[in-house]
Design a protein around this ligand. Structure first.
Ligand SMILES: Cc1ncc(COP(=O)(O)O)c(C=O)c1O
Length: 383
């Protein structure tokens, strides 16, 4: 065997031994909630399509109309000829919903985070990042070459101590956190972090990938109760509740202009297909028009945890932490035998020893199916 193939095979064997090898399973998403996978029809509790908008007739129709008008692809980077007219409308809509002066749309959430962070902070800067933040925030921090320190999850006192110890060593400090934690479903203490950032002249950036559309009346994790936290750097994605694809940053006009000028993942990557942008605009329309519908995923998650006997749900994401990777795969199979898709999430996506079923609730999940799943989780998984 060539050394390259041997290298790959050794790595795969090691993953297999640790029950961490992953397989791509062909999945046909029939509608908002049902999928066909490995020859089985399953009710999915593993999609991030919280509002089932990927399949909404108005969203699909907007995408199809955009293809007819502007073509299948955008043809170039946005800064060359890929900046089709739908972008301006989407960016204005996002900025309005996040109450910022401006917004800029990227090719994906991952591209947004890896593009934005290195624009704002360099090798002489400091990044304080929640230890459970999404992988692409860590990737952005790494690309910036700034000193990065992970703070204990949602621990504002730890952030304060780090600022007290290190703020004076750096001209600029960026505090980075998920707004809704992707694998745990809990919310960041954005109001407290915002106050702390003000006190120490640090910049706060939130990743609202799992908040937009479903938290705070659809506005996202910056809207807490009736209050709005003016987080200056509000990043997010259009690929989850919005049902399309693409990432964004909502911020002040000069910050957005700088990002447009300097973010390598925006400059050196092709603009989004027009269909994605049109679909996102149509989805934002629906969310704005139907706040009661946008509130359903969290309501369904809360109904589930009450019946399953799990801690309070703050978002549509409910972790059922099992711990061991092999046991989590077995639990996922148990639920599949009962007609439910609950994909096992294993390290390195989550910390070692915290493998879990990450359940996601959507607006269209029937209440009786949620009850049956809760009973199964309580009686067969957490027994
Ligand atoms: C918190 C968070 N940030 C960013 C991303 C990346 O977004 P995208 O899928 O648009 O690349 C994801 C999801 O994959 C996420 O969960």
């Amino acid at each position: 065997m060539q050394s390259l193939d041997r290298f790959a095979q050794d790595k795969l064997d090691d993953l297999e031994r640790r029950h961490l090898r992953r397989q791509l399973s062909e999945t046909v998403r029939e509608d908002g909630i049902w999928v066909e996978r490995n020859g089985r029809r399953l009710l999915s509790f593993s999609c991030n399509d919280y509002l089932n908008l990927t399949q909404h007739p108005a969203v699909k129709q907007a995408a199809a109309a955009a293809i007819e008008t502007y073509g299948a692809g955008s043809g170039a980077s946005r800064l060359v000829t890929g900046n089709h007219p739908l972008y301006a409308e989407l960016e204005a809509r996002l900025a309005r919903s996040k109450r910022t002066e401006a917004a800029v749309v990227f090719g994906s959430g991952y591209l947004a985070n890896t593009g934005i962070i290195p624009v704002l902070i360099g090798s002489d800067g400091l990044i304080l990042i929640d230890e459970l933040s999404h992988a692409c925030l860590f990737a952005g921090a790494q690309l910036s070459r700034a000193k990065a320190i992970a703070f204990r999850h949602n621990d504002v006192d730890h952030v304060r101590a780090l600022l007290a110890a290190h703020r004076h060593e750096h001209e600029h400090v960026l505090i980075v956190t998920d707004g809704v934690f992707s694998m745990d479903g809990d919310l960041a203490p954005l109001a407290a972090l915002h106050a702390l950032a003000g006190e120490f002249d640090a910049w706060l950036m939130s990743d609202d990938a799992h908040g937009i559309g479903v938290i705070g009346g659809g506005g996202g994790s910056s809207y807490i109760g009736n209050a709005y936290v003016p987080v200056p750097l509000q990043m997010g994605t259009l690929s989850k509740a919005i049902g399309a694809y693409g990432g964004y940053l909502c911020a002040s006009a000069p910050v957005v202009d700088l990002v447009r000028n300097r973010a390598r993942t925006l400059i050196y990557s092709t603009g989004l297909p027009p269909a994605c942008v049109a679909a996102a605009i149509a989805a934002l329309d629906i969310i704005e028009r139907e706040p009661a519908y946008a509130a359903l995923p969290v309501q369904k998650a809360k109904a589930f945890i009450r019946r399953a006997g799990l801690p309070e749900a703050q978002s549509p994401i409910v972790p059922v932490v099992i711990g061991d990777a092999q046991a989590t795969l077995a639990a996922s199979n148990t639920l599949a035998e009962q007609g439910f898709l609950a994909v096992a999430i294993r390290p390195p996506t989550v910390p070692v020893g915290t493998a879990r079923l990450r359940l996601t609730f959507t607006a269209q999940h029937p209440d009786e199916a949620i009850e049956r799943l809760a009973d199964l989780v309580r009686e067969k998984i957490l027994k």
